[in-house]
Design a protein. Structure first.
Length: 227
């Protein structure tokens, strides 16, 4: 039974590793479903489609996330196989049958919970905050909602604390110089479609905009701390 418990703990660790990878990918600009697919693909070593692999290869931070997931996937795979063999081969037939039954029932319950998207999102919140605190002060959390052509997309960003645009009205933000156009702003759950020019941007606001993906970070990045 000890080996079965160990295997279940390993499977729980695998779930959280993939969830960490999903949140990390999402912070680089991917929507949740694409981020989850990429995290699971990298961890299991099954690879990506051509289009998705290009989005990973051309992004330095996504490459690092992918490398970590691949390495952890190989290590976890070897551990799972070794523990599974131990739980089956090193026991009497009755013990083996009990172990397999417990394992199958537990995995089935785990799969049921994993399929519940709400659980992912509740667990993703603390993970997201933890990763943000370690991804550097210049990261602007955003996700690409719709890609129009390479390098241009409709994105949803969260204005970080100390952003150079925090407290600035849209007319003074001069986002056109960054090839960006604001489509909507969400403040405290209230959506302002096609906001007026005097709308003031606040830290924590979510902004939906169209334009150059590469310029999003530059436009909304926090101001460097004073030396």
């Amino acid at each position: 039974m000890g080996s079965v418990v160990a295997l279940l703990l390993i499977l729980c660790a695998v779930y959280f590793i993939v969830l960490f990878g999903t949140v990390a990918y999402q912070l680089t600009g991917l929507d949740w479903d694409t981020a989850q697919f990429q995290a699971l693909s990298a961890f299991t070593g099954t690879g990506f489609t051509t289009r998705i692999s290009e989005r990973v290869i051309n992004h330095p931070l996504r490459r690092r996330i992918t490398l970590v997931l691949i390495l952890m996937g190989y290590a976890s795979g070897a551990t799972v196989v070794a523990t599974l063999v131990s739980s089956i081969a090193l026991h009497t037939p009755v013990e083996t049958a009990v172990n397999i039954t417990v394992l199958v029932l537990t995995v089935a319950m785990a799969m049921f919970l994993i399929r519940r998207r709400g659980l992912h999102l509740r667990l993703a919140g603390p993970i997201r905050r933890w990763l943000l605190a370690r991804m550097g002060p210049d990261v602007v959390p955003h996700e690409e909602l719709l890609t129009y052509r390479p390098g241009f997309a409709i994105s949803r960003i969260e204005i970080p604390q100390h952003s150079r645009l925090a407290g600035v009205a849209l007319r003074d933000a001069d986002l056109r110089t960054f090839q960006l156009q604001v489509l909507a702003i969400e403040t405290n759950g209230e959506v302002h479609p096609v906001p007026e020019a005097d709308h003031v941007l606040r830290p924590g606001d979510h902004v939906v905009l169209y334009g150059s993906v590469a310029k999003v970070q530059e436009a909304f990045a926090p101001e460097p701390p004073p030396t």
